[in-house]
Design a binder for this molecule. Structure first.
Ligand code: NAI
Length: 699
């Protein structure tokens, strides 16, 4: 039983007990209804208190039940709340810490509510692509007022109990307790005080009206449409709250349920629920149990004060961890520190960072030119030039000076972490920490596990990633790791599309319509086309015969590296970032096509998107099979947090799953016939072929 029942004099107390946050799983729901029945049958009991044990009143639905029949099994949450509301004896909800989603809906079904100060109150369902589904949209407007309720329902953001208690006319809380500690006693006292009072007050009996009615909802819809972008749920939140003001309680409740169930199986809701689960799964490493001892990281050193070194340092400074940056020359240090200052000052100017916090952070930063000064750091992250020879010198020096047990990390984006580890006598302490640019902003961190990386090093860096607010995904060692290895295929496809008949703007538009923030060519111009050029030159030596469109090389031959040179796939006006289609590029592509003897054909947006996205998927199939990534959802997280893959699509793997892997394989077979494409690449990865044949999915 995951709810406890105890009688204190004339009051029965039902305490939810389903750690960590008293999710309202089936057993907990049964615990509540059983407790209610027992209390109502006991003549000595005159009132009932429902509260939560441990860290929460209730965080809402039990995510472990997502998608399982248990989630809907009786008593479902609606039935539980109906039973609470129908109780003959008054029911008092005693809220503390967290009362969210179904937890708040349960409290709204109680006759009285007392909350501890500091309780986080929310209906966060919209964040999972849903509307609240157990009366939240019908009762909260009655208890709190229509506008305040709609704001909470549309944003899903938590609000503190003491803030809500101040709203004029609110009926959400009958009382705030003096402190969290006194809540239990005060709840008992309230229960005794109301034990004899009849009729029992019910939120459902309160009116839900907005003085401006239609005009208000029209305004709300305009506001919400702007921010909802690709997601249907926020506008549905407005609909259901409006229903609460226009229909009877029972009819509004029925409509809420209908909307909830219709949203549940939209691709957007599936994507958001996938993201929620995927995010929590990334930190789990099969052979590194959660109780693996961790090393203490109290001091960090960073080698190199360039683009990445500076951004990486900021993560730790912002988390209150002292950093020492080492460089070859004082000028490089000065430049690096100035950039860090500039970035923080921009945050201060925007009001995102307080002046004193900024100064506190900068006080944690020291610089040096001497390796001896960093020997006592617990973690050192190397971010020097991407050349094995340079990395070798750095790691040999680190091996000499770093204290035993220090973690030695490299931010390399392409080099072999095992080889880097071999430059030291402590390969077990070496790991890849692949940050993404700008490193102080981007959420993604690929943690590259070397062949010999110790388990406690993995446990330590995964925990550290959380502390610096990164989404860490473990990758095995291979060229490009998970993210860049896949993006290389995507870039190759983008090139073939030009050869066969597309313009850069057509490709970018199709991809942006699909939901990417930027198409491949605008992205290339932003990052610098010379980066890909350098990789292709290396590939020509490493993998001769690997096919690329030559148009990108021809572009670089003209010095069109992108925004930084004022011209790339597009033209740019000085000081501006607007991509202007370029006649020079059009001519270049057409000439190249002519040289290849190709007649341009019209390529649909659908084909553009499929070729680009399925190229990611096929490479990911190999990555999974080789064990470079532990699970398909990790790959989705890499693309959602590091590569701007549209959130509402849930990542390339979920997208492929929803498209149907059989259909994905069929599409690949069609692409094999394209004249300029790489037929060998489109051979479906064995894992993909197998799953498709068995009608299975990646996730
Ligand atoms: P950068 O050229 O901006 O900075 C490198 C810095 O390292 C320079 O300030 C240089 O003076 C310093 N340095 C070079 N050799 C050194 C040595 N022996 N000792 C001390 N300092 C030394 O390069 P960036 O872009 O910051 O890249 C650094 C590393 O991060 C590379 O391995 C790169 O592949 C990787 N990376 C880069 C990303 C990017 O978008 N720029 C993204 C992810 C990883």
């Amino acid at each position: 039983m995951t709810a406890e029942y105890k009688v204190h004099g004339n009051v029965a107390v039902i305490t939810l007990n389903n750690p960590p946050v008293n999710g309202l799983g089936l057993a907990t729901r049964r615990g509540i209804t059983d407790g209610l029945a027992q209390a109502n049958a006991d003549a000595a009991v005159q009132a009932i208190v429902i509260t939560g044990g441990g860290k929460a009143f209730s965080g809402g639905a039990d995510i472990r039940e997502f998608g399982s029949p248990k989630a809907l099994a009786e008593p479902n949450l609606l039935s539980v709340i109906a039973a609470v509301e129908a109780s003959d004896k008054p029911v008092v909800a005693a809220l503390h810490s967290v009362a969210m989603g179904g937890g708040l809906e349960l409290a709204l079904g109680c006759h009285y509510r007392i909350a501890a100060p500091g309780t986080s109150i929310a209906l966060p369902e919209v964040k999972l692509g849903l509307v609240p589904g157990a009366g939240g949209t019908v009762r909260l407007p009655r208890a709190l007022g229509v506008e305040a309720a709609l704001n909470m329902i549309v944003s899903g953001e938590p609000v503190k109990s003491e803030m809500l208690a101040q709203l004029p006319g609110q009926k959400l809380f009958d009382k705030l307790s003096a402190s969290p500690e006194s809540l239990a006693d005060e709840a008992l006292a309230l229960a005794r005080e109301v034990a004899d009072k009849r009729p029992l007050p019910k939120v459902r009996d309160l009116p839900a009206k907005h003085p401006q009615g239609d005009a208000y909802f029209k305004f709300a819809r305009n506001m919400v449409a702007g921010m909802a972008k690709n997601f249907p749920a926020p506008l549905k939140c407005v609909d259901v709250v409006e229903n609460a003001t226009k229909h009877s309680f029972a009819e509004a409740l029925r409509l809420e349920r209908e909307v909830f169930i219709n949203l549940m199986w939209t691709p957007e809701c599936i994507a958001l629920r996938h993201l929620f689960v995927a995010e929590r799964a990334t930190s789990k490493i099969a052979d590194v149990p959660e109780d693996t001892p961790k090393r203490t990281i109290a001091k960090v050193a960073v080698i190199g004060a360039g683009t990445m070194g500076g951004g990486i340092s900021m993560n730790f400074l912002s988390a209150g961890i002292p950093v020492t940056i080492l460089e070859m020359k004082q000028e490089a240090l000065d430049r690096g520190v100035a950039t860090i200052r500039k970035n923080y000052e921009a945050q201060v100017k925007k009001g995102k960072l307080k002046q004193d916090k900024y100064e506190e952070r900068m006080a944690l930063l020291t610089t040096t030119l001497a390796y001896e000064d960093i020997g006592s750091a617990d973690l050192v992250i190397e971010a020097v030039f991407e050349e094995m020879g340079v990395k070798q010198k750095v790691f040999e020096a680190l091996d000499k000076v770093m204290k035993p047990g220090a973690i030695l990390a490299s931010n390399t984006s392409t080099l072999d972490v095992n080889q880097i580890a071999s430059f030291t006598k402590r390969p077990q302490d070496v790991v890849g920490l692949h940050f993404f640019s700008p490193a102080n902003v981007m959420k993604l961190l690929e943690v590259v596990r070397g062949a010999q990386t110790a388990k406690d090093v993995m446990a330590t860096v995964m925990a550290l990633a959380k502390k610096i607010k990164k989404t860490a995904v473990v990758s095995g060692v291979c060229d490009g790791f998970i993210g860049n290895r896949m993006i290389e295929q995507y870039s190759r496809q983008a090139g073939f599309l030009l050869d066969e008949g597309c313009t850069p703007q057509q490709v970018d538009k199709a991809v942006e319509k699909f939901g990417f923030a930027m198409g491949p060519f605008r992205m290339g111009d932003l990052a610098g086309n010379d980066i890909g050029w350098a990789i292709r030159k290396r590939r020509a030596v490493e993998k001769p015969g690997l096919k690329y469109s030559a148009s990108a090389d021809k572009l670089c031959d003209l010095g069109r590296y992108g925004q930084k040179t004022g011209a790339g796939w597009y033209d740019y006006q000085p000081g501006k970032r607007d991509a202007i289609p370029s006649p020079v590029v059009t001519a270049l592509i057409e000439e190249h096509r002519k040289a290849l003897g190709i007649t341009a054909r019209k390529i649909s947006d659908e084909e553009i998107v499929q070729r680009l996205v399925f190229s990611l998927v096929n490479e990911a199939g190999h990555i999974l099979e080789e064990g470079i990534a532990a699970r398909a959802s990790d790959i989705d997280m890499v693309y959602l947090t590091g590569y701007g893959f549209p959130i509402h699509r849930g990542g390339p793997m979920l997208y492929a799953d929803q498209f149907g892997l059989f259909n994905v394989v069929q599409a690949m077979k069609r692409f094999q016939k394209n004249p300029m494409d790489d037929a060998k690449f489109w051979e479906p990865a064995p894992l993909l072929a197998k799953l498709a044949a068995e009608s299975k999915t990646f996730n």
